[in-house]
Design a protein around this ligand. Structure first.
Ligand SMILES: O=C(O)CCC(=O)C(=O)O
Length: 239
């Protein structure tokens, strides 16, 4: 782990902390190779209107027993923590104070692999916990936008300045991801470049108000791995 300095990215209802090169390049390369080899990657498929669609990426879920959950309509089979994933979970606990008990790994084989707009707001997730996202390999765009129809727990008030139709307001250069201080002008979609070794912490209540996506980028030929560490409220053992 490096002593990379972090950057705070704030919008109404959104709070992200970004550590560029949290893992230095040579360590990140070794880690990418290790995860590429030790993780049991598979290509899941979802069924929509009776037709089967393979996901445009390879995935794997790891976690503590009882910490799996449904995601994109898929009931996920939990794999045990691999050695590299377990080591990262310990480092993230030291950094954040959170003991992550579930991990989704995504392998984007090239720029044709992608992830559509979504928020990580499944009811099994602890809403007080952040999601820690580590990127390895190719740099990819990570897009953010206010949720077209925010779904939130009863009683949670809309953040001051939040707008799902920001087109009429001009933001202070949303492309930079610069810290936003003037509420009401910062709800335009924006882009973050996530590069080799970068860590992104998505803090509550970001998932209630914002969505994210990793769009297709045909010119990207290199592979990318992304690991999102989560805190699931464990389900009671069956029986
Ligand atoms: O690949 C990424 O950076 C994002 C992954 C993601 O959105 C997710 O795992 O829910």
């Amino acid at each position: 782990m490096s002593s990379a300095t972090e950057r705070l990215i704030e919008r109404p209802g959104l709070r992200l902390i970004h550590w560029p090169a949290w893992i230095p390049p040579d360590e990140a390369e070794a880690l990418e190779r290790q995860l590429g080899a030790e993780v049991p990657w598979k290509q899941e498929a979802i069924t929509l209107f009776g037709r089967c669609h393979p996901l445009p990426r390879l995935t794997c879920w790891m976690g503590d027993p009882g910490c799996g959950y449904r995601y994109s309509g898929l009931e996920n089979v939990l794999e045990p923590w691999s050695p590299a994933a377990e080591q990262l979970r310990r480092q993230l606990q030291a950094l954040t104070g959170w003991r992550f008990n579930s991990l989704l790994l995504n392998r984007y084989r090239d720029g044709c692999d992608a992830m559509g707009w979504h928020a990580d707001d499944e009811p099994e997730l602890d809403p007080a916990a952040p999601i820690a996202s580590l990127s390895l390999g190719a740099s990819r765009d990570f897009r953010l936008r206010p949720r077209p129809s925010p779904r939130r727990p009863p009683g949670l008030r809309e953040p001051e300045g939040y707008s799902i139709n920001p087109g009429t307001k001009s933001g202070p250069n949303p492309g930079t991801g610069a810290t936003c201080t003037s509420t009401g002008s910062c709800c335009a979609p924006f882009n973050l470049k996530l590069a080799h070794g970068d860590l992104l912490l998505m803090e509550p209540p970001s998932q209630w108000w914002w969505q994210h996506a990793v769009p297709r980028r045909q010119r990207v030929q290199q592979e990318r791995l992304n690991l999102t560490f989560r805190v699931v409220r464990p389900s009671p053992p069956a029986g």
